[in-house]
Structure formats: C-alpha cells, structure tokens
Design a protein. Structure first.
Length: 320
C-alpha cells in the first residue's frame, strides 16, 4: 500500500515537471469525427461566391502568400489576408486581415520612418530597414508606432536568420498593446522555424485560447496542427483543424484545415484511413473547381491536394 502511494506521488511530481505539449493540448472528443462527417456531407457553411477585393492600400503590410505544407510539417508561412463580414456594409467591401504592424492613419515623422523602413524591407535592403526601425524606437519610444516598429524589426531579423534578436523584439511588446497577439504569433512562427515545438505550441495555444476572436487565432490553430502531425499526434492535429472548421468557416484558413485533416487521415499511424483521406481531398477539389468557393479555388494548396489524390488513387485504389 505504501509503495503504491509513493508511486502516485512520484507520477504527480513527474507530470508537473513536463513542459511539453500535454499542457497545451486542444480538447478532443467525438465532435472531431462529426467535423469529418460534415465535410464529407457538404455541411460546412462556406462562402460560395468570390469576395470583392478590398481597396488596395500602399505597400506596407508585408503580407506574403502562404506556402503549401511539407509532408509532415512545413515552416510557417506569413498569415494570409482574411476577409470576414460583420455587417451589411462589410459584405460589400471586406477589410484586410491584420498581421500586426498595420499603420494608423495619423501622419508624422515617426510614421514616415516606419513606412520608409517597410519599403526598404520589401525592396530587400534589410540593413537600411533595420536602421529606420531602430531610429523610430529610439526617437519615439512611447509613440503609437513603437510596437509596430518592433514587429517589423523582428521580421527583418528573421530574414537575416537572427532569431534571438527577433524574439527579443516580440517580447518587448507589453500585453496591453494591440500588437501583443501578433507578437506572440510571430514568436510562435520563429520557434516553429527553429523546430522548438513545445515553445511554438505554447505561443499558438495562447493566441487561440486567449484571443479566439483575433484575426490570427485560426492561423495559430493550423500551425499547431502541423506541429502535432509532425510529432505523430494525429488526434491533436485533427482537433486543432476541427476547431477551424467549426469556429472559423468564413476565413481563408478553411482550405488549410481541410488539407490538414486529409493529411492526418492519410499519414498518421493511429488515425490512418485512406478512403476518408481521399474523400476529404476530393471535397477540397470539388469546392475549388465545381462550387467555385473563392478560398479553395485560389488556395496555394490546390495543386498539392491534386497530387495527394493522384498518389492515393495510384497506390491504394488502383482499378483494373
């Protein structure tokens, strides 16, 4: 009896010492299977008509297109522009999804420094861009653009492979800042790139749980799902993707969620189901090419999905 009691104490102590994904798991239950069923039965409420493009703004956001995921896990791509409607007028003109570092309308020398730095960064002149962002932070440390400068400075450091400096910039942003969620997400992307998966999951979990209404919450879930898939934890990967399908069906990460679910069903050693994987991939293509759903039709994953379908048909469903 005494031995069993000591064993329980030892196990409890061990659990408190584990800093890994167990502390940051997404809830998994039968609802995830319902999500797969809803995909196959065409019951996911997606926008079926293309969304009118928002008026173009000066080149300053630095948003880049997402890259297709690798077989197991890919380095994170910059968040895609997302268009959501919250009112009748918003349906006519959708706002761009915020990535962090967006510019308030007020003009001034600090704003000029920021725009100049962004343009230099986009032009590939990283050292000059870094200098502009540093000048802004030094001259206007409490200004409205200081945190935006930190976000862009972190991105510039990432381009140079200076991840420690980039993390320092993201951690300099206070929790009460409007840029804090973007800073946490950016730090998660850095950890993701470095394959520091526990730290990345922590960051992505903070975004999706503390800021579920934020424009980056769905991106965080997709990136977390990719990590779980690479760790052969298909249950958690499916759970993260299912949350996107259930909670964010109007965002442009919905195709990413379909693709991630298909990958779980194709590749995870525990949840593997080739027939369901093929059906999910087929539904992706159907929504892109038959229903003309804008987010699917223009997804960079479409060609990858077709390749996966060809692979499955050739290797598992060959007919005479």
């Amino acid at each position: 009896m005494k031995t069993a009691y000591l064993t329980l104490i030892a196990l409890a102590a061990l659990c408190t010492m584990i800093p890994c994904e167990a502390q940051y798991q997404y809830r998994h239950d039968g609802a995830d299977n319902d999500v797969i069923r809803s995909i196959l039965e065409d019951a996911v409420p997606v926008r079926r008509q293309p969304v009118p493009a928002a008026a173009e703004e000066p080149k300053q956001s630095g948003v880049r297109a997402a890259e297709p995921a690798a077989d197991a896990v890919s380095e994170p791509a910059a968040p895609k522009t997302q268009k959501r409607s919250s009112s009748a007028s918003a349906k006519r003109q959708q706002p761009k999804k915020k990535k962090g570092g967006e510019l308030p309308p007020a003009a001034g020398p600090d704003r000029t420094l920021l725009i100049t730095g962004i343009n230099l960064l986009d032009a590939g002149n990283d050292p000059a861009a870094i200098e502009k962002f540093r000048q802004l932070k030094q001259k206007y440390p409490t200004g409205v653009y200081a945190d935006q400068a930190s976000i862009w400075l972190a991105r510039a450091y990432i381009k140079q492979g200076k991840y420690k400096e980039a993390i320092d910039e993201t951690q300099s942003i206070a929790e009460d800042s409007g840029e804090y969620p973007a800073a946490v997400y950016l730090s998660g992307q850095i950890y993701f790139t470095q394959k520091r998966y526990d730290a990345a999951l922590d960051a992505f979990y903070r975004i999706s749980s503390r800021f579920p209404g934020h424009e980056l919450a769905d991106n965080a879930l997709i990136d977390a799902g990719k990590i779980y898939l690479s760790m052969k934890n298909g249950t958690q990967a499916l759970s993260a993707a299912s949350i996107v399908v259930r909670s964010y069906p109007d965002r442009e990460t919905l195709p990413d969620a379909y693709f991630l679910i298909g990958q779980v069903l194709e590749k995870d050693p525990v949840m593997r189901d080739m027939e369901k994987a093929r059906l999910v991939f087929r539904k992706f293509v159907y929504r892109a090419e038959v229903e003309k759903v804008d987010s699917f039709a223009h997804s960079p994953l479409l060609d990858r999905v077709k390749r996966e379908l060809n692979y499955l048909d050739r290797n598992f469903f060959r007919t005479k």
